[in-house]
Design a protein around this ligand. Structure first.
Ligand SMILES: NC(=O)c1ccc[n+]([C@@H]2O[C@H](COP(=O)([O-])OP(=O)(O)OC[C@H]3O[C@@H](n4cnc5c(N)ncnc54)[C@H](OP(=O)(O)O)[C@@H]3O)[C@@H](O)[C@H]2O)c1
Length: 241
């Protein structure tokens, strides 16, 4: 079994930056069992564990209040929506429940999280209003998937995963338009096929390689033209929707 996860690797790589953020809010559904995160917190007081289940509105609101109570008027510069669920059912087996579950975690959850955290992102953007859009100003990064691309779909199947991540892509595009005047950058990123519980042991890259690639894409995002796009986190180029 693979225990590495992309979210945990994000926390590690943000801490390793030359100029790390003042706070890294690491969200998970059950902080009590988040042993790897708790180990990191022991030696890094800037990491704050926040309980969040993106499928429960009350949990989303509580997480937002938790973060707001710590950042105060500085707001939040970067929101990474990393929650994800895979379901590869094909036309013969897919159920209504399969579809709903994937939509909840992959599309509706990230949208409601973006909505809840918007006041904090606006606060951060407002403090650098003359600066071009960037992840150090204010940004929403949605972790999508290669299977979300309608243009690149050549093998079919995977109804819950494909449809829900394609919905996340539309949400990303929409957010980029709606939040343009706020100066908030919104982009979707495919992390590649990664060795995690979701990607499995045969995946092509490690979490370290995936997140290194994503971090270098994030660093380069500058200005309106880089918002509302769908990037490959490792190869760096855009992917057709
Ligand atoms: N691995 C791949 O090959 C691959 C390929 C394409 C896209 N992705 C995307 O990359 C992201 C990270 O996936 P991963 O590979 O690291 O998979 P993973 O190890 O299975 O992790 C799934 C993540 O989603 C979170 N999550 C699931 N349901 C949630 C909920 N209801 N509320 C809040 N968080 C929830 C989990 O949080 P907990 O800590 O609370 O469990 C965990 O952080 C996902 O969006 C996934 O779709 C991965």
């Amino acid at each position: 079994m693979v225990t590495a996860a992309i979210g945990l690797e994000f926390v590690k790589q943000f801490l390793n930056l030359n100029n790390p953020p003042e706070f890294v809010f690491a969200c998970c559904r059950d902080p009590a069992t988040a042993t790897d995160l708790k180990e990191i917190v022991k030696s890094n007081s800037s990491v704050i564990i926040v309980e969040l289940d993106v499928t429960k509105q009350e949990s989303v609101e509580k997480a937002k209040s938790h973060v707001a109570s710590i950042v105060g008027t500085k707001g939040l510069n970067l929101l990474i929506n990393n929650s994800g669920l895979i379901n590869s059912q094909r036309i013969g087996d897919v159920t209504r429940e399969d579809m709903l579950k994937c939509y909840e975690v992959n599309a509706i959850g990230p949208l409601m999280v973006a909505q809840a955290f918007l006041p904090l992102l606006r606060q951060a953007a407002g403090q650098q209003s003359s600066e071009p859009m960037s992840c150090s100003k204010a940004a929403i990064i949605n972790i999508s998937s290669g299977v979300a691309s309608i243009t690149e779909n050549s093998s079919g199947g995977m109804y819950p995963s494909r449809a829900s991540k394609a919905a996340l892509n539309m949400i990303t595009s929409n957010l980029s338009l709606d939040l343009k005047t706020d100066g908030i950058l919104c982009t979707a990123i495919n992390p590649g096929w990664v060795k995690t519980e979701m990607g499995g042991p045969n995946a092509l890259i490690t979490t370290e390689e995936s997140v290194e690639g994503i971090m270098s894409v994030l660093e380069k995002l500058k200005g309106e033209e880089d918002s509302g796009r769908f990037y490959h986190g490792v190869k760096g180029q855009t992917i057709p929707w």
